[in-house]
Design a protein around this ligand. Structure first.
Ligand SMILES: NC(=O)c1ccc[n+]([C@@H]2O[C@H](COP(=O)([O-])OP(=O)(O)OC[C@H]3O[C@@H](n4cnc5c(N)ncnc54)[C@H](OP(=O)(O)O)[C@@H]3O)[C@@H](O)[C@H]2O)c1
Length: 308
């Protein structure tokens, strides 16, 4: 298959591009960057697109017409302090970028048959201890609203006859980027610890499993996909359990809790949404569709990623 990936220069997209190219697929990275971006896996081609464009761009339409499937992952990073400008970029890069793609897909004479579009577990908002499958309602906070609009924008591709799936991705664990890479320096120095009460849930997933789950969703026979899948490990953990598993994997103590007010001071609103609250998400539909996780439990997953 010929598969396009927006955001292939990022953490998840890079792992997915590598996995697909390794399976013999023809992979095209759709990137904002001019020329061939560095760091793409061997054998992966590239094409430029403008997420802020109007979607009528003949070059983009032409690229999409050549694809069998499209995986849309691009978006402004979320895990930094949310200034007003960053909140605008988080929202517009996702909703505007997705609308651009959907318009171009609508203009394509032979569009790809399947679109896998990123969303996030932030869709559910902060939910305490309640177990959440794909039927749970959206949150009313900033991320809940952004994810809802993001998924709605992607769903527009169905009008062009494209089988479209929203992937509510959990906290992707990799030492190369994202939340775990940020946590590693203090934990490696032995000054890491739980955040706030430690009771908040962490809907984590190993980078290899998130890429494998996307490959699985590309492989499922046409017409049999649900509109939404949670991409999280089947066994979410609390922040306290995650902290203790990370300490064990690194063979370091984890006795320095980080108070919630300190996180709020350092990271503002983002801390409340991403670090001090969480969701107990379960991947009911992935499991029902026969997907087998290589890393279902946090202890072995962290040993695999960063174990000493
Ligand atoms: N990592 C996680 O834990 C996690 C969890 C839940 C959901 N997600 C979602 O999954 C997607 C991929 O995540 P990731 O961690 O791989 O992201 P990432 O490493 O930050 O990469 C995202 C890619 O998006 C493009 N991008 C960055 N800023 C952009 C902007 N302002 N407008 C348009 N495109 C922009 C970039 O590609 P180019 O420069 O090549 O255009 C970048 O390589 C994101 O949408 C993210 O919200 C990730």
């Amino acid at each position: 298959m010929r598969i396009g990936i927006t955001g292939a220069t990022g953490l998840i997209g890079g792992a997915l591009a590598s996995e697909l190219a390794g399976r013999g697929h023809d992979v095209v990275a759709l990137t904002r960057r001019a020329g061939a971006p560095g760091g793409l896996p061997a054998g992966v081609g590239s094409a430029q697109w403008n997420p802020d464009g109007d979607g009528a761009d003949a070059g983009l339409v032409g690229v999409l017409e050549e694809l069998d499937a499209l995986v849309h992952l691009a978006g402004e990073p979320v895990g930094k302090r949310w200034t007003a400008a960053r909140k605008r970029a988080i929202r517009t890069s996702r909703i505007g970028g997705t609308k651009t793609l959907v318009k171009a897909l609508g203009a394509a004479r032979t569009p790809p048959t399947r679109l896998l579009a990123a969303s996030a577990v932030g869709y559910y908002g902060p939910c305490g201890d309640e177990e959440l499958d794909e039927e749970a309602p959206p949150g009313t906070d900033f991320l809940g609203a952004v994810c809802t609009e993001w998924e709605d924008a992607a769903a527009g591709a169905r009008q062009a006859g494209i089988e479209t799936v929203a992937m509510r991705i959990g906290v992707v664990l990799s030492p190369r980027g994202g939340a775990l890479a940020t946590m590693l320096p203090p934990f490696r120095m032995g000054v890491g610890g739980r955040v706030g009460s430690g009771r908040q849930w962490m809907p984590w997933i190993h980078l290899a499993d998130v890429a494998a789950a996307m490959v699985h969703l590309l492989d499922v026979p046409a017409g049999s996909l649900d509109p939404v899948y949670n991409l999280t490990a089947p066994n979410p953990v609390t922040n306290a359990d995650f902290t203790s598993a990370l300490g064990k994997a690194l063979r370091r103590p984890t006795i320095f809790p980080v108070p919630g007010f300190g996180m709020r001071l350092a990271f503002g609103e983002m801390a409340g949404a991403l670090l001090l609250s969480g969701q107990r998400v379960v991947p009911r539909r992935l499991l029902a569709s026969g997907f087998e996780f290589r890393h279902p439990d946090i202890g072995p997953a962290l040993m695999d990623l960063v174990g000493n």
